[in-house]
Design a protein around this ligand. Structure first.
Ligand SMILES: NC(=O)C1=CN([C@@H]2O[C@H](COP(=O)(O)OP(=O)(O)OC[C@H]3O[C@@H](n4cnc5c(N)ncnc54)[C@H](O)[C@@H]3O)[C@@H](O)[C@H]2O)C=CC1
Ligand SMILES: O=C(O)C(=O)COP(=O)(O)O
Length: 526
């Protein structure tokens, strides 16, 4: 039974799949204190949050079983993704479900700002009638500068165009083609800042975007500019914004998000030009249902080891590529495991070569599987998420190469491992109807399926060796299921690879090593 802990308010309808799942126990506890969260997280297999729960390194430290953190929304800045990755915890979000709601909220804030609606409302219900004081401006003909033209920025742009605004955008990843399709003028950062009658930010909060809008940037702006932040507190320097409003440079600001949430009695709230909402961008019935459905499905897939798509700490793999790579994943992992077990010593370099048709694809996910397989022989708690991090941490060099030669197979994966003691390589392929096969160990051609208990023996090619090995195993009651031998020349070095029905004791291994003509004996478990 998987324990799924939900610590922020999520839509009941949205999480129905989790509630219905026979293999899931849902625990819903919102507004937890840190102490309560530290306690609850210990036994959770999955954690579902919105922006309120702070999933810090301290919280993750206590998470002994956690496999996945699901963020029912977009921004993951409340989650220590780096620590989650190190611990092999997958972080998934729901990037599409709240785009429209957030774009609409931003638009609502822009109109409210242009027409002083919140200020006029407050005054009017107090019995005042100040028609002159709340004269606004039209959106038509004004320039809206969008910083970050992703999902939300793009939807906002469409709506602004419908209101006959000029839309100009800065986004380092925005192509000319996409800008053209949206009818948006692409600009550099300074140009976008200098041209805007309204400036709105829609980037994630990252090291690069923290205080992207700072004192210097406010200097570049048109006098009377209006500022919107419905993305993340911290993208705009709040002290600098305060000064820019006080100086008269900024005519108004609409804020849905704050550097610290909740912001309490923020100094900005003493300024009548500031309007605010309590992080409501995604707070619609539709968006909350969407994101909860999306994240619940992803979490279920991950818990059940099924394919999933929106991991924040894994490279995203297009569905078409995923289906092509899937049959190779097990082969890749087994080759990594096999290679790591036949080479003694500390891992230094892992060189992976992809040959044949497979070399035409993006094979990075398979390299990850190889790495996972290889490292899991030496370290505990290695998984697909943390394998590259663990390799880097240990100074293991990963070399990924593609070869146009097919070595006689339609496709081939070769894993070469170099340790501080020696170097060995293992090659494998997928054979129709037979699944993964190991086809070569170093220079020796063989054909064996990489599974179960294997015995790898290096020996001299001389009469009687195979018989002696068979006799020892027989004497100890170890059944041999299959056996392969390989040699380069008569009387030279040779290898034996045996499938055995159960594991060996140290005693048996020792006896085998003492046999005449035997150079090394390694038990491999796959
Ligand atoms: N107020 C609210 O309730 C909500 C807030 N958000 C916030 O909005 C942000 C944007 O969401 P989406 O549009 O869905 O994300 P997205 O990933 O589709 O768009 C972000 C865009 O920012 C661009 N970008 C990144 N660094 C940049 C930089 N230094 N300068 C300019 N552009 C940069 C990216 O290229 C991308 O196009 C989220 O990261 C989240 O923090 C999202 C949903 C609800
Ligand atoms: O999706 C996002 O990034 C949001 O900011 C929405 O936050 P929330 O889920 O409403 O706490």
């Amino acid at each position: 039974m998987y324990r799924v802990l939900i610590t922020d308010p999520l839509s009941d309808l949205g999480i129905q799949k989790l509630l219905d799942a026979k293999d899931v126990e849902v625990i819903r506890k919102t507004d937890l204190t840190l102490e309560e969260l530290l306690l609850e997280i210990e036994s959770a297999d999955a954690l579902l949050v919105r922006s309120q729960t702070k999933v810090t390194a301290e919280v993750l430290e206590k998470a002994r079983r956690l496999k996945v953190i699901g963020r029912a929304g977009v921004g993951v800045d409340n989650i220590d993704v780096a620590t989650a990755t190190k611990k092999g915890i997958i972080v998934v979000n729901a990037p599409d479900g709240n785009t429209i709601s957030t774009a609409e909220h931003t638009f609502a804030m822009m109109i409210a700002l242009a027409r002083n609606i919140p200020q006029a409302y407050r005054s009017t219900i107090q019995g005042e009638w100040k028609r002159k004081e709340f004269v606004g401006i039209e959106l038509k003909g004004k320039t809206l500068s969008i910083i970050g033209l992703g999902r939300i920025g793009s939807e906002l742009a469409k709506r602004a165009k419908a209101f006959h605004m000029n839309v100009i955008a800065f986004d380092p990843y925005l192509s000319e083609d996409r800008a053209k399709k949206l009818g948006v003028q692409k600009a550099d950062f300074k140009e976008a800042i200098m041209s805007g009658d309204f400036i709105t930010v829609h980037t994630p909060l990252t090291k690069e975007t923290r205080h992207l809008i700072n004192r210097e940037v406010f200097e570049w702006m048109k006098p009377g500019v209006r500022i919107l932040n419905c993305a993340r507190g911290g993208i705009i320097d709040e002290d600098a914004l305060y000064e820019a409003i006080q100086s008269g440079k900024v005519a108004g600001a609409a804020l849905d998000v704050f550097e610290t949430e909740p912001p309490g009695h923020h100094p900005l709230f003493s300024l009548p030009q500031v309007i605010a909402t309590p992080h409501l961008g995604a707070s619609t019935i539709e968006a909350q249902e969407n994101v909860a459905i999306d994240v619940s499905e992803e979490v279920l897939h991950i818990l059940r080891n099924e394919p999933f798509k929106n991991a924040v700490n894994l490279p995203s793999i297009p569905a078409e590529l995923q289906s092509k790579l899937q049959p190779y994943q097990s082969l890749a992992e087994k080759l990594g495991q096999f290679a790591a077990q036949i080479v003694p010593g500390a891992l230094e370099t892992i060189t992976v070569t992809f040959a044949g048709e497979i070399a035409e694809w993006d094979i990075a996910p398979l390299t990850r599987m190889i790495l996972k397989g290889a490292l899991s022989c030496h370290l505990s708690d290695v998984n697909y998420v943390n394998a590259p991090h663990l390799a880097k941490q240990r100074g293991i060099q990963i070399i990924e190469q593609k070869s146009s030669k097919n070595y006689g197979f339609t496709q081939l994966i070769r894993v070469e491992i170099t340790t501080d003691q020696e170097q060995k390589s293992v090659s494998g392929t997928l054979l129709n109807g037979l699944g993964p096969r190991i086809t070569k160990i170093n220079q020796y051609s063989i054909d064996i399926s990489p599974e179960g208990h294997l015995l790898f023996i290096q020996h001299k090619d001389q009469p009687g060796t195979i018989g002696r090995v068979g006799t020892v195993l027989g004497n100890y009651g170890i059944n041999i299921a299959t056996m392969q031998v390989g040699r380069k020349e008569i009387g030279g070095q040779a290898i034996m690879l045996l499938h055995i029905d159960k594991g060996l004791t140290a005693d048996i291994l020792h006896t085998l090593k003492q046999l005449d003509g035997i150079d090394s004996v390694t038990e491999i478990v796959l």
